[in-house]
Design a protein around this ligand. Structure first.
Ligand code: AP5
Ligand code: MG
Length: 212
């Protein structure tokens, strides 16, 4: 199964990706996690990630191409955070074998809910597991349930940066949805209005499983 998971910042892409990846035994490839983990970013690139801009398309293309060539990607993958604009979408299309036609799963969440989700998000600095102070709290305050690492607030989860990331999403990424819809690749899942994490996962499964 080949899935592109799309949605605004804080839509729940990482949260759902983890469960989808486990259910269908496909690798979860988050370009944001790759960048945050990378020891090879320039100072300028680190600044872009922390302030909600976009890393250059050439650099992202190189990173994604290399990752998709790894053997665990042969039978499927879930891309979280790529493509983010037309140039990246075109790059992906050109670099995939013709028989691979990913499904684009769009998590639709109103902007108002994004602010709440991101301002209360906690992220593990070791394994990148994601929690939420109210919707998905860790068992022990400040400690990751998965690996015992420290939970921190991401640098780009400050109110002004969240606003910028939303603007970038609406301007650059949202137009791709129309493009994928025209190609009949788009599945939209309503993932806001207080639908909890497990409810959203069951809505996703309903969309993905009939053709399994
Ligand atoms: P990236 O890491 O991809 O960030 P993002 O797209 O802004 O998305 P987030 O990771 O913030 O949110 P999410 O949708 O994963 O939500 P989550 O599951 O955590 O990118 C970061 C940066 O890297 C970019 O700004 C850019 O600079 C750079 N970058 C990455 N890819 C790039 C590319 N292709 N090109 C150029 N630059 C690139 O959930 C959020 C919170 O909500 C959590 O607390 C969670 O517990 C909670 N939550 C989840 N679901 C629910 C629910 N149903 N109800 C209530 N709470 C919920
Ligand atoms: Mg994420």
């Amino acid at each position: 199964m080949f899935i592109i998971l799309a949605g605004p910042p804080g839509a729940g892409k990482g949260t759902q990706a983890k469960q989808i990846s486990k259910r269908f035994s496909i690798p979860h490839i988050s370009t944001g996690d790759i960048l945050r983990k990378s020891k090879h970013l320039t100072d300028e690139e680190k600044e872009i990630v922390n302030t909600g801009g976009l890393i250059s398309d050439d650099r992202m293309g190189e990173i994604v191409k290399k990752r998709l060539e790894e053997p665990d990607c042969n039978q499927g993958w879930l891309l979280d955070g790529f493509p983010r604009n037309r140039k990246q979408a075109l790059f992906l299309e050109e670099n995939l074998p013709v028989e691979i036609r990913p499904r684009v799963l769009y998590l639709e969440v109103p902007d108002e809910e994004i602010i709440d989700r991101l301002s209360k998000r906690l992220t593990c600095e070791s394994c990148h597991a994601v929690f939420h102070k109210d919707a998905n709290p860790p068992e022990k305050e400040g400690i990751c349930d998965e690996c015992g690492g420290n939970l921190v607030t991401r640098k780009d989860d400050q109110p002004d940066v969240i606003q910028k990331r939303l603007e970038v999403f609406h301007e650059k990424t949202e137009p791709l949805l129309k493009l994928y819809d025209e190609k009949d690749m788009l599945i939209t899942v309503k993932a806001g209005d207080d639908r909890g994490i497990s409810k959203v996962f069951s809505l996703i499964l309903r969309e993905l499983q009939p053709t399994e």
